[in-house]
Every structure is written in C-alpha cells, then in structure tokens.
Design a protein around this ligand. Structure first.
Ligand code: KG4
Ligand code: ZN
Length: 329
C-alpha cells in the first residue's frame, strides 16, 4: 500500500510518499527564513506559509515518487501536538484529500512519529518494549513504549524544551536562530568543562530554564568586565552544551536501568547534534542498544508521519473520523 504523509505542526510544510515502510519521497519546505528576524517561530506566519505551500509540496512529493494521487491508499497526517493554526491547515488538507479520493485518513501524534523515524526503511528492527526519547524544539520527553498505541510518559521537561533552550541561548549570544545547529558548530570538546553549570532534575523530569538564565548572567558578568571575546563565548557555549547533554544522557540511562529496558529509540530535531549522537552511541559500550534517528529524518518531516500512520492503520485497521480536531487525541 502507498501512504501519503502530511506534516504541518510547526514551520515545516512536508509531504511524503511511502510504499509500505519504504520512503519513495519526502519533500519539506520550511518557512524558517521568515521567522529568523524574530528569533523564533511566529505561529501566524507559519500558518500562512503552510496555506501557500502545501499544495506545491504535495505535488512535488507525488512527482518524485512517480505516483499519481489515485494510487494512494492511506493518508496520514499530524493531528497533534503543534501550533494550532498550523495543524489545522495540514489536517483539513488531509481530510479534503481523503473525502475526494474516498481513501481513509489517520491523524497521528507527531512526537510518536519522531520515534518511528529509525524504523523507516528498517521495519524489521522494530521490537517492543523500548524507551522512547523525544528531544526537539518543543518537547523533551521520555516514554516507555510497549507499542505505538501503548505509550506511558515517564519523564519530561518541567519548563523549556531542550531545543528551545539552545535557541534562546544562541539568540542571547548573538548566534542567530535556530541556535541548535550554530551551537553544534561552535562546540569544542576541549572547552566542555571550563565552566560549571547545572540542569535541574526531579526523578526523570528535567529543567533547563536555570541553565539558560545562568548563561545569560555569565554573559552580562563578562560584558561588565569587558572581557567577552569569541574564544570566551565558545568556552561558555561548549560547557553549556556539554552540561545539557550529559544530564539528558544520564537521565536516559538511569530510566532504562530502572525500567530494565535495554533498547533506546531517540528522535526529534536535536538528534541532529553531533555531540549528542556521540554521547548516546558511547552508551552502547555499557550494554544499551541505541536506535538514533538518521539525520535526514531528525527534524519535522512527513515520512515519519506516514510511517507511523501506516503502522497504526495496519495494527488497528481503523482510520480517523472526519470529526477529529487538531490538537485532540
Ligand atoms: O523536531 P524539530 O524539527 O521541531 C520541533 O518539533 O520542535 O526540532 C527543532 C529543534 C530546534 O530547537 C533546533 O534548534 C534543534 O531542533 N536543532 C538542533 C540541531 N539541529 C536542530 N539542536 C542541536 N544541535 C543541532 N545540530
Ligand atoms: Zn518535531
């Protein structure tokens, strides 16, 4: 069966075509450039960009797959979570296609779709249970996953998400938006212990707002002394990145030990980070199996949405009702 995936939860308008779990096309157009000058995503701008782009992105994805709409057997779309106006555009587009083609559609949770990413093109590796870890611009969450419809959250950030803190620290250090890739580039492991920072932890919950404030105060302190230069900035940023990811990775490891689960599946935009990938991989030496989302599927994209939708449709044989609303379960 061919599945058409649609993702519009934030600033990426994305459409993908899958044959089973094989990705035939995955086209993404981001409105990122329009948000840059504001230092973050503006929901109204993102929503309008989806309206303008969704038709074109769908045409391109179909063209690249070599299929016509008539061949599509299932439409899978992000129903939650995300910016509400942005979700409404994708969901209604999917409903309209489903109605016109007389083909089922299924609304899926975009966070769980991030956890499906390592299984695209590799469905044979999918085994339960696993510890699911989503690290993105909007979420930092740890789940016990017994199946994709049997998921229990065991930890989450109490305040800012991990990617959000990277973005905010980067803006205050003049690195621009989005900050994650800039901090990744600037990071130098030789400087990662130059400053002592700390992240909050309560059980398996995390808190990043404190380290964000600490970074801002450090900057003010050095500015007052007049000693800020490129190297100092790099030392501060490297210590920051090291502290955040050390905390995240040790929390994951402790959660896995407590739940006696050996397989960890990691997804979300922050998984593009080189240092985080290295720290996670290093845990394999301690007996954990790390399934880390390939870089091309780590950010928001429709292939992961199509994969999860196809999986759930096969499992339950159920599609969504036209009454399904954006943001609802
Ligand atoms: O999953 P995603 O594309 O969108 C959300 O659902 O939030 O994640 C976007 C986040 C942004 O905060 C961005 O700064 C971060 O992922 N990010 C990175 C890197 N590339 C993107 N963070 C750290 N290092 C990177 N290389
Ligand atoms: Zn995401």
């Amino acid at each position: 069966m061919y599945t058409l995936g649609i993702e519009t939860s934030c600033d990426e308008t994305s459409c993908a075509v899958l044959k089973g779990y094989r990705v035939l096309s995955n086209v993404t157009l981001s409105s990122l450039r329009e948000h840059k000058k504001y230092g973050g995503v503006i929901p109204e701008i993102a929503t309008r960009a989806h309206l303008v782009n969704i038709d074109q992105v769908t045409r391109l994805a179909l063209e690249e797959s070599g299929l016509s709409l008539a061949k599509i057997g299932l439409i899978s779309v992000t129903a939650k979570p995300g910016l509400i106006g942005a979700l409404v555009v994708g969901l209604n587009f999917a409903k309209a296609l489903s109605f016109a083609l007389k083909k089922p559609f299924i609304g899926v949770d975009h966070l769980l779709a991030h956890l499906f990413a390592p299984f695209l093109d590799h469905q044979e590796t999918l085994k339960f249970p696993f510890l699911g870890v989503v690290i993105s611009g909007g979420h930092t969450e740890i789940y016990r996953v017994d199946d994709f419809n049997k998921v229990k959250m065991i930890g989450a950030t109490r305040d800012d998400a991990c990617g959000e803190v990277f973005d905010k620290v980067a803006v205050s250090y003049g690195l621009g938006y989005p900050g994650g890739p800039q901090i990744d580039k600037l990071f130098n492991p030789a400087y990662c212990r130059d400053f002592k920072f700390k992240c909050g932890r309560i059980g398996f919950d995390l808190s990043f707002s404190g380290i964000k404030t600490a970074l801002m105060y450090k900057k003010i302190e050095f500015e007052k002394k007049g000693t800020v230069d490129g190297r100092l900035r790099q030392r501060l940023i490297s210590s920051f990145q090291h502290t955040v990811f050390e905390t995240v990775v040790s929390t994951i490891q402790e959660a896995a030990e407590k739940l006696k689960i050996k397989t960890i599946v990691c997804g979300g935009g922050v998984l593009a980070n080189n240092y985080l990938r290295r720290l996670l991989k290093a845990k394999e030496k301690q007996g954990l199996k790390m399934l880390i989302t390939p870089r091309q599927f780590s950010g928001d994209n429709a292939a992961i949405v199509a994969g999860l939708g196809f999986y759930l449709y096969n499992k339950r044989g159920l599609s969504s009702s036209f009454r399904l609303e954006a943001g609802a379960s």
